[in-house]
Write a protein that binds this ligand. Structure first.
Ligand SMILES: O=C[C@H](O)COP(=O)(O)O
Length: 250
């Protein structure tokens, strides 16, 4: 089953109105592969979601970077999946390692969040990945399998989930995983989905890579059979780089 290539830009907690407008203008003016070849999703901070949605070309889509674990209500500072639906925001990132580490989001909490967002009709980029210590101790696969299991236990509709493998040691460090390292984990994750969910989900779920992706390394990573796209942080924030990992994929 063909899996449409997915390119996500995660702006994290960055940007001003002026910077956002500049990046969106650059994206809007670019000649990129058609939407049926590459799906492009821009993940903006909450405060810029409506602005980005109003300015961004219609063949690109907008994502939030988090949402609450259940129906909204008395949860000060949180944003609910219902609100994203109301604003017409189709995607959300859940379980990014920065939130897992800094805000103590557990595997179970992330699984609950993914399931609730999907149940409300919001598509999810679900992040998983090991720390350097875990990789060096040989537990990479056990870690990402446990993270994926917590999602698989709660989610039935995998059509609306993209799995983002983001080794923590590669995020924002310039130390990109080698294409072989990325392929090895993606292949094992697909096997895990086959063995623990079903063969259709394994064949159709997009497994994307994140961690120091840029224009110089994206093509080699994209050539790996189980790398179905990217979640890009730093390079997605620079006007000079923002197209470097989309346009070469033509
Ligand atoms: O969500 C994106 C990842 O954290 C990757 O960030 P990075 O491209 O700056 O390493």
């Amino acid at each position: 089953m063909a899996r449409k290539f997915f390119v996500g830009g995660n702006w994290k907690c960055n940007g001003t109105t002026e910077e956002v407008k500049k990046i969106v203008t650059t994206l809007n003016e670019a000649e990129v592969p058609p939407e049926d070849v590459v799906e492009v999703v821009v993940s903006a901070p909450f405060v810029f979601l409506t602005l980005v949605k109003s300015l961004l070309r219609s063949d690109f889509h907008v994502a939030a970077q988090n949402c609450w674990v259940r129906k909204g209500g008395a949860f000060t500072g949180e944003i609910s999946a219902e609100m994203l639906v109301n604003l017409g925001i189709p995607w959300v990132i859940i379980g990014h390692s920065e939130r897992r580490a800094l805000l103590n989001e557990s595997n179970e909490f992330v699984g609950d969040k993914v399931a609730y967002a999907v149940s409300q009709g919001v598509k999810v980029i679900a992040c998983i990945g090991e720390t350097l210590e875990q990789r060096e101790s040989g537990s990479t696969m056990a870690v990402v399998a446990a993270q994926t299991k917590a999602i698989a236990e709660k989610v039935t509709n995998w059509e609306n989930v993209v799995l983002a493998y983001e080794p923590v040691w590669a995020i924002g460090t310039g130390k990109v995983a080698t294409p072989a390292q990325a392929q090895e984990v993606h292949c094992e994750l697909r096997k895990w989905l086959n063995d623990n969910v079903n063969s259709e989900v394994a064949a159709s779920t997009r497994i994307i890579y994140g961690g120091s992706v840029n224009g110089a390394n994206c093509n080699e990573l994209a050539a790996q059979p189980d790398v179905d796209g990217f979640l890009v942080g730093g390079a997605s924030l620079k006007v000079s780089d923002v197209l470097s990992f989309i346009v070469p994929l033509v």
